[in-house]
Structures are given as C-alpha cells and as structure tokens.
Design a protein around this ligand. Structure first.
Ligand code: NDP
Length: 367
C-alpha cells in the first residue's frame, strides 16, 4: 500500500507539465478520424478486475483490438504481454503514459482505474491526443466531469463513458419500444441495483478513491436506466440514505433511495445498496404497456418481459459489443450511442443532487 501511495504522490507531481501540454498537431490528426476496414487499437489503463474482463472480451472483437497496457504494478506485465501479445513498446506506467502520444499503434486509451483517479487520468490521456473511454462513474462530481469534457474537446479527441448496456440487446430493444410509443405515455419507473460488498479494506469503501459509495458505483445504473426508460431528463431529485453498518460504511453511502420527477409527469423511484444482494431490476410502465428487465444491469444474462410477452433478445458479452460498437462509431462514423461523456456528465449532475438532497434531509433539489 505504501509503495502505491508513494507512487501516486510522485505521479501527481510528475503528470504536471506533460499532462497539460496541449497537443494541437495530434488533435488535428484525430478530427474526422475514420479508417474504414481498419481496427481501433486500444490500450487499457489500470489492470484490475474489470480490465481483465474487458481484455478477455476483446479477444472476440472484430473492430477493436487490445494493443497496449498502462499499469502501476510491474509484476502484472509479463502475463498481460503473453496473454494478449503486447510488445514492450506498448507497455507504460502512470509516469510514462504521456509518451503514448508518440505511439502510432494506439488510438484509444480505456481508463479502468478507481473512480477518483478518472479525472486526472482523463486529463493525462486527452493531452496525448488519443481518444478516451473512461469507466463509470465518469468522475467524483459534475464539476470534474465538465473539466474532463473540456480537456478532450480542446485536444480534439472523442470521449466516452463505459455504459456497456447501451450495446446490450434487451436494453436496446426496451429503448426502441419506448421511442416507438409501445408503452404509451411513460407514467412510472422503478429501478434498483445493489449488492453486498465484501472486503472492508477495498478502495470502493474509501471516499478518497471511490468518490462515494453504492450510489456512485451501482446506483448509477438505476439512474441511467431511469433516463433511458423515460427518454427524458429529470427536473428534480429527492433522496434518502440509511446506514445500518456505520463502521464499514463510515466514509461512503451504504443504502440510498432516490426519486426523480420528469417533465412528462413520470416519477422514478430508485434504490441502491452495498449491503444486500438480489436487488437488481428495471421496471417502466406507461399508459399502454410496460417492460421489466430482471436482472437488468449486470453482465448478463439479462432477462426481460413486456406487456407483449417475454423478450427474446440474444445473450451477448457486453464488453465485446461495447468495444466493437465504439470502434464502429470512431472508425466508420456510425452514430454515437448514449455513451458519450456528455451522458456521463448528465448522470453526475443528478448524483450531485442525490447527495445534496441526502445532506439536506431529503429536500427537493431542482436541476
Ligand atoms: P480494481 O481495484 O479491480 O482495479 C483497479 C486498478 O486500477 C488496479 O488494479 C490498479 O491497476 C489501478 N490503480 C491505480 N491506482 C490505484 C490505486 N490507488 N488503488 C487501487 N488501484 C489502482 O477495480 P475494478 O476493475 O473493479 O474497477 C475499476 C473501474 O471500473 C471503476 O471505476 C469501476 O466503477 C469500473 N467498473 C465498471 C464496470 C462495468 O460494468 N462498467 C464493472 C466493474 C468496474 P494497476 O495495478 O495495473 O495499476
């Protein structure tokens, strides 16, 4: 742990000049970046649990390919190089990653580090002129997210958030049906997502690395789901928190409920937790029909039904679909999915309001 801390301290000093130097020449190369018939070459930054899932899933990709790694743990490098055929010249640590600017083998860096590092890592990658995909939650708060979006815009690079469900077939079918009016006027949404978290020493329970607790980590699925189930942006938020284990959850939220009011009149009633299992569902009902996904937000299989019967969408590996889908957007100019950083920012604004409402004993926060 102490070596990690020393390393981060050095990093925060080290990234200064390199990270914030604008690379306008790179930016112009990437504007209008389209390479039909080619692959999107990806480097993963932060080789933890999720990066391993993404890397395995990418072995089935057609349009995206894993070409590089960024890690602060040298002992991880040999296995990654061997498993994914990564040459020495495409291996970086957090101090050398600015050199990726000069590496023509990498088009996009996928940031899979702890939440509170996303801000500094996105600024660092934007400055290299490479496209950025950053895991959820985009940042600790909306202000950071805005700074990250501005940095990517200034550098002329694309910036996405890892909302893999926007490439998941049940989710896409639900959105299609809602758009085409199959549910009629949307009246109500009831979404929840949570789990019982293990190891009390993990970063997810440390505010300095996680930014927040269940709400930031998995409540965001219920929230994002309320936005795609209604197709609207909420006008107000109310929220409540209960903490049944004040020791384990001393720094972050444990169980949160939140309500959203939408312009069309729909109400969403949502929940999230870090303290119990079997809590995962999306339910949307309108005056003509409904859809229920349960499970709704995990890696799958996702299961669903609507007023018309069972949803028979294929089961896929979300991360394979996400990476090929994004590659198609960037390489071939297909329309962006709802995975742009601006979508991540919209959720951060609402999460800020959820925490504000909790701080103010459930007061209604207008957006
Ligand atoms: P892990 O702890 O498993 O991995 C994080 C990695 O980040 C570490 O292995 C390490 O890699 C690197 N890192 C850099 N600095 C630190 C630090 N100070 N402390 C700990 N790790 C550090 O986390 P996850 O992979 O589970 O989560 C990473 C991100 O991915 C989070 O933002 C999370 O919300 C998101 N996520 C998204 C999911 C999705 O379905 N979209 C699912 C799971 C997670 P190295 O040693 O190589 O430097």
């Amino acid at each position: 742990m102490s070596s990690r801390r020393d390393f981060l301290q050095k990093l925060s000093i080290g990234i200064g000049a390199a990270a914030f130097t604008p690379v306008t020449s790179k930016a112009s190369i990437f504007s209008g970046f389209q390479r039909p018939g080619k692959q999107l070459r990806v480097a993963l930054m932060g080789l933890g649990g999720y990066a391993n899932i993404v890397a395995r899933a990418m072995t089935d990709c057609k349009l995206a390919v894993l070409k590089g790694i960024v890690t602060g743990t040298p002992s991880k490098i040999p296995a990654w190089q061997k498993n994914y055929n990564i040459p020495d010249k495409n291996v970086y640590n957090y101090n050398t990653v600015h050199q990726i600017a000069n590496n023509p083998d990498i088009d996009l860096v996928y940031i899979t580090t702890p939440n509170s590092l996303h801000h500094q890592h996105v600024l660092q990658i934007a400055a290299t002129g490479k496209h950025v995909l950053c895991e959820k939650p985009l940042a600790d708060n909306a202000q950071q997210a805005r700074e990250m979006i501005a940095a990517c815009k200034n550098a002329g690079v694309r910036f996405y958030v890892g909302y893999r469900l926007h490439f998941e077939p049940h989710t896409r079918e639900l959105i299609r049906m809602r758009r085409e009016g199959a549910f009629g006027k949307i009246m109500h949404v009831n979404n929840y997502m949570g789990f019982r978290i293990g190891d009390p020493a993990q970063w997810r329970l440390r505010k300095a690395l996680a930014g927040g607790g269940a709400m930031m980590d998995v409540g965001i699925y219920a929230l994002n789901g309320a936005r795609y189930a209604t197709g609207e942006e909420p006008m107000w938020v109310t929220a409540q928190e209960t903490k049944t284990d004040k020791v384990k959850f001393a720094e972050v939220d444990e169980t949160v409920t939140f309500q959203l009011g939408f312009p069309g009149g729909a109400l969403a009633s949502c929940g999230t937790t870090y303290n119990f299992n079997n809590y995962e569902r999306l339910y949307v009902i309108g005056d003509k029909g409904f859809a229920e996904l349960s499970p709704a937000f995990g890696y799958g299989p996702i299961a669903g039904r609507t007023h018309l019967g069972p949803m028979n969408q294929p089961e896929i590996t979300h991360q394979t679909a996400q990476m090929d889908g994004l590659a198609d957007c960037i390489l071939n100019g297909t329309p962006d999915p709802a995975m742009t950083a601006e979508e991540g920012l919209k959720d951060m604004v609402i999460i800020d309001a959820v925490y504000e409402s909790i701080r103010k004993n459930g007061e209604k926060i207008f957006l």
